[in-house]
Design a binder for this molecule. Sequence first.
Ligand code: NAD
Length: 471
Amino acid sequence: MTLNQIDMESLVKAVVDQIYAITNYSNEEFGTFSTVDQAVEAAYIAQKKIMTLTLENRQTLIDAMREGVLKNEDLLAEMAVKESGMGRVPDKILKNRLAAQKTPGTENLKTEAFTGDRGLTIIEMAPYGVIGSITPVTNPVATIINNSISMIAAGNSVVFCVHPNARAASLKAIEILNRAILAAGGPGNLLCSIKEPSLKAVEELMAHPKINLLSATGGPGVVRAVLSSGKKAIGAGAGNPPAVVDETADIEKAARDIIAGCSFDNNLPCIAEKSIIVVGSVADKLIYNMKKLGAVLVEGQNLKELEKLVLIEKLGEGHGKIFAPNKQYVGKNARCILEKIGINVSNDPPVIIAEVDASHPFVVEELMMPVLPIVQVKNIDEAIVIAVKVEHGNRHTATMHSKNVDNMTRLAKAIQTTIFVKNAPSYAGIGFGGEGFTTFTIAGPTGEGLTSARTFTRQRRCVLVDAFSIV
Ligand code: NAD
């Protein structure tokens, strides 16, 4: 091969790379396919290839994926906000970075061993094969980064069906991750996806015989769907996390922490504070401190206007009408919502607060916008009863601000959430400003809790009789 030929080849490759980078479309090496069948077949072949690599090789791929994301964290955040019309770019950058840095890799897989007179038995964490992963619009990119690292660290390949309203950003994330894997010497198409995601595509994916495990990150509808699929499914469903504040709390800190957690990415995270339940004797002090931090208290006619704007009435699953969040305002800035009800502000308020009772739709519904209802209660007993009620048995997340260990223990026992954060913003529960690894797939309904590589494995036992026990 002459020098000119080599130059021409690298030039063509650079141009092709540039075209893919500009158009957001990936070719099949980077995981995007026209049909579910094509995507699953490609992922099936890729999974066979990853099984030929050593665990050390697999970890090299994970390291490259982390690096690939960190190099593109801004682009991915900007694309997600622009396309979905939800959230805040700086917060999405933090989410992408958190997913890249704090999702565990292969070190998360631990072998169990039994030794004795009859030899050695080991239980190893083996891959399922090809996983079908359905992802949300609220954390589109961070969920893909997080699931990809966890699922590949466990030796699986993945076919994603992404939310149609975050399609381009999600496909771009998948492409970037695949490119990183390829550059690190791994197989193409470990992460696959369908070019045009739809509910029909989700159904096809769920029914495909080569899909061994399903993982759904989203609301109640998709969790119900995967659980009815007849396959093993991990359901990471809706949350409605209350923040309980009792009279012993450091109120200034509670105000700061609740605002930080609630306003993060305009309240899109499923773990974000969705209501405050505060003991009456400290309620005024809490509201005063929240206002000092820029929260805007909405009352009277303004509150009525706010209800009309952000809620819609719809038919419930039983009889009668229920309220639901108006999707137009999900993940929007507080300022934008305030302007729509005629309140003009010169700054960028983190949240809108409103005093309501416990049966108000702002409390009952998962709004996913920076509108934070505050419910006053007589004492901690009443706070616990109401917090349990508004969490709806989602087993998701709750936070509490208190210095009374007994009160905190009582709420934690009563509410049974997967994540319980004490005296910090909710995001401390996923390792942001708190100890522990991160995840963006929190499986409350099916019980796996904060998912990581080991969640996406099946146990295999290997037995050697009458040997290899050296005691
Ligand atoms: P969504 O349920 O509308 O969509 C999630 C995904 O499921 C999308 O890809 C969508 O196309 C698909 N989908 C929706 N309904 C379906 C059905 N009936 N059958 C098959 N597929 C279906 O949710 P969203 O608006 O994208 O995300 C917000 C919701 O997800 C909130 O309820 C939030 O609490 C929850 N969430 C939970 C977690 C968690 O880890 N537990 C993480 C993020 C979001």
